[in-house]
Structures are given as C-alpha cells and as structure tokens.
Ligand binder design. Structure first.
Ligand code: GCO
Ligand code: MG
Length: 411
C-alpha cells in the first residue's frame, strides 16, 4: 500500500489547526494532527517543504520505519516543530493501517484495557463563587473530576482562569473555543508569594463545598522554583489532590528530586516535552506520578505508547494533555492509546467548539464521565475539507506574564 498524496490542511474553525492528510493507492485516507499552538505555520513549512516530498511512494504500512527515518535522517532531533511534524505522519499512518485492517487503532495496540477513560475538565473562576459555579457546570456536563484554577487577590489576569464576561448566555471559559486571538501576546501578571498563600484556602473551600470524593487537579504552569513547589505540594496535602501539574519548569529534571523529598502530593509533568529523553530521569527515578505527553507534540502514537510502557514499569500512569489546541485528530490518537495501555491514569478533556466539531467529525463519545474513541476503523475522525476551507488561518499568540517590577516570568 503506497502513499500517493500528502496534503497539509490549515483551518481555523474556532482556533487554528494543522492537519496532515495522507492518501494511499488503495484509497485509504489517514489524518494526523500537527498543531503547535501559536507557532502553527512553522510546522506547516516543515511538513510541506521537508517531509511531504519524502513520503510519496513510501509503503504506508511501515509506521515504525517511517518514524525512525524521519527522526534520524534529519540529523536535527527533537523540538516541538520537528516532533509535531513527525507525530502527524505517525498518526496518519496508524489511521490508514486501522482502515486497511477494518479495526479501530486501539485494537491494533492490543485491544481495550477498560470500558472508557476518566476525563477531567477545566473548572475555574476569578473568585470562589465563580469557581463553584464552574465546578457545578462541569459536573452537569458529566465530568467526574475537575482541574481547579482561580484568581489570586491583587492579580488582574492569570492564564487558566475563565473571565467574568458572559458570552452566549454562559460564562466565558478561558481558552475554550473560540480562542482569544491577538496580533501580540496578551500580558498577564504574576506574584508567587500571593499565589502560595491563596491557593490552599481555595482548596479548603472547594473540599468543604464538594466533599472529599471529587478528584481535584491543579496546574502550576511552570511558575515555581523547586523549593516553592515543594512548599505548595506540602500545603495542599490536606486536600488530597489527584495531581499537581507542572509545578516547576521541568527542563531541569533533577529539580523534581527536591520537590519529591518534601511532598506526597502526586506530580504530573510533560505537556511541553517532545521525547522520552525529557522523561528519562523523571520516570526512572520515580520523581513524578503522571506522564502528561500529548500524541501531537510527542511524535505521534508510536512514541506515546512507548513512553507509557516505560512509565508502567515504575507504576507511573498516563495523563495526556488534552486542551482545545490538540485537534480532534490528536485527541482521538491519545484516546486509542489510553484505552489500550494498562497504566492509564486520567485524560484531560476540554471540549471543542461547534464549528470545530462540524469540521472534524468524530466517532468519540463522552458518557458518564468516560471517553471512548468509538469503533470506526482507524482513528475515527473525518475531516470535511470543504468546511475546513471556509476558515483561513488567523494569527494567534498565547499570553505571557510579567512580575510587578516588569520581569518576564513563566506563565
Ligand atoms: C493544560 C495546559 C494548556 C496549555 C496550552 C498551550 O494543562 O491544558 O497547560 O492550557 O497552556 O495547551 O497551548
Ligand atoms: Mg498544563
């Protein structure tokens, strides 16, 4: 089965998505997500200029060989642009293999290890009242676990918090679709001391309102030093978090040793990692509890399955990155992996907007708090090319942070 055509499709139904579409001589079509939020067009160029010419005429069945060829032949390894491009090829080839076999991808990965994947949603609010409303709203949507983010007194705008404005009759949900867009990154503010004082009071209030059973998560968004992260983990222990995410910028994997020595709050890391090497120390020394890799930025389904199998040897579980900037194709890819592996932990699930769902038709379901990729052959996602063509690329930047004295900080 030979790859005959390869196209890179950019569409912005509610936010920008980059999709690789491969077609074989037997008529099978495979889709891969290559979306890199805020830097989308660099992956488009990587694919169009350097990868697509290498794919035509290749045997579509040789997934592992194609991955190794793209990774090693470039000489320049890793990085989000490279790995998103390779990831899209890998996903598209798994999609094609599934269609050729007449099976959903999870069957090719070993079959289902569970009936569905527990999902967490993003509950947030500038204050406790708004946060409680958001938690209730998520529970009504069927979520059985929620991420909790709130405003901090004295800070005007913090990433990860829904604004107070009302849109379409409901609270505007941060970074849900339509995504906030701008020709320059929006400036937000930050103060770690205020945050460290405030956050435990928020979790205390949430626990007393919603009880001990609801799994609660929190994202520190790389903002703390190791000792600050250790302090936060310790101060949150009474509230029994499911996880504390990205407590430090984990490029320095060794820093997590210090955090780990001080707290039993479970740790999740890795949404911005691109290869298993970024996790090597974290996994082999059991410095984290959940691997946050996403199919899209981690080189596709093949390496995602491998890193989860590596983590499984250390009782570390999956917690794949699932915000709306992972397209329905990338999202489906990680649902298939999550259903198949033994060490599934939880799946982040921010819901896409209507226009995105009309552009990408999905067999995925979300029932009783559990996600399932569906049983259509392949990944279970179809791209309506005419619909996609209606929404051209729009420049969009993620925000950034400054401290009170003007210093740029992690956001
Ligand atoms: C998460 C994230 C996202 C990222 C976003 C960047 O945990 O879901 O931190 O909100 O910031 O995906 O593109
Ligand atoms: Mg995160």
């Amino acid at each position: 089965m030979i790859i005959e055509r390869a196209e890179v499709i950019v569409t912005s139904p509610n936010r920008n998505f980059v999709t690789l579409r491969l077609q074989t001589d037997e008529g099978h079509v495979g889709l891969g997500d290559a979306t890199l939020n805020g830097r989308e067009l660099s992956v488009v160029s990587y694919l169009k200029d350097h990868v697509v010419p290498l794919l035509i005429g290749k045997d579509a069945h040789r997934i592992e060989d194609t991955w190794q060829f793209l990774y090693r032949s470039a000489y320049w390894r890793r990085g989000p642009v490279t790995m998103a491009a390779i990831g899209a090829v890998d996903m598209a080839l798994w999609d094609i293999k599934g269609k050729a076999a007449g099976m959903p991808v999870y069957q090719l990965l070993g079959g289902a290890s569970r009936t569905g994947l527990m999902a967490y949603g993003h509950a947030s609010g500038v204050d406790l009242q708004a946060l409680f409303d958001s938690i209730r709203e998520h529970r009504e949507l069927g979520y059985r676990s929620v991420r909790v983010q709130t405003g901090v007194p004295g800070l005007k705008a913090i990433y990860g918090i829904a604004a107070q404005s009302v849109i379409d009759g409901g609270l505007e949900r941060y970074d849900h679709e339509p995504a906030r867009r701008g020709a320059y990154p929006a400036e937000e503010d930050w103060d770690t001391r205020s945050y460290l004082h405030h956050l435990p009071t928020v979790f205390e209030a949430v626990r007393s309102e919603f009880g001990p059973d609801l799994p609660l998560l929190h994202d520190g968004h790389h903002r703390m030093t190791p000792i600050q992260a250790a302090k936060l983990g310790k101060s949150l222990e009474p509230y029994d978090l499911f996880w504390l995410e990205d407590c430090t910028p984990a490029e320095n994997q060794d820093a997590l040793r210090l955090v780990r020595q001080h707290t039993t709050t479970p740790l999740a890391i890795g949404e911005i990692f691109n290869t298993v090497w970024d996790f090597q120390t974290l996994i082999s020394e059991q410095l984290i509890d959940y691997v946050r890799a996403a199919s899209t930025h981690f080189g596709g389904i093949s390496p995602l399955k491998k890193v989860m199998d590596f983590a499984a040897q250390y009782q570390i579980k999956s917690g794949c990155h699932g915000p709306t900037d992972i397209s329905p194709v990338g999202f489906a890819a990680q649902l298939h992996v999550g259903l198949a592996i033994h060490n599934f932990g939880i799946q982040e699930y921010m819901q896409h907007g209507e226009r995105t769902n009309a552009t990408f038709q999905q067999s995925m379901t979300f029932e009783n708090g559990l996600l399932h990729p569906g049983d259509n052959p392949g990944l279970g996602v179809d791209l309506d090319v005419d619909e996609a063509g209606k929404y051209p690329y729009e420049q969009a930047y993620l925000p950034f942070n400054r401290l009170a004295d003007g210093t740029v900080h992690d956001w």
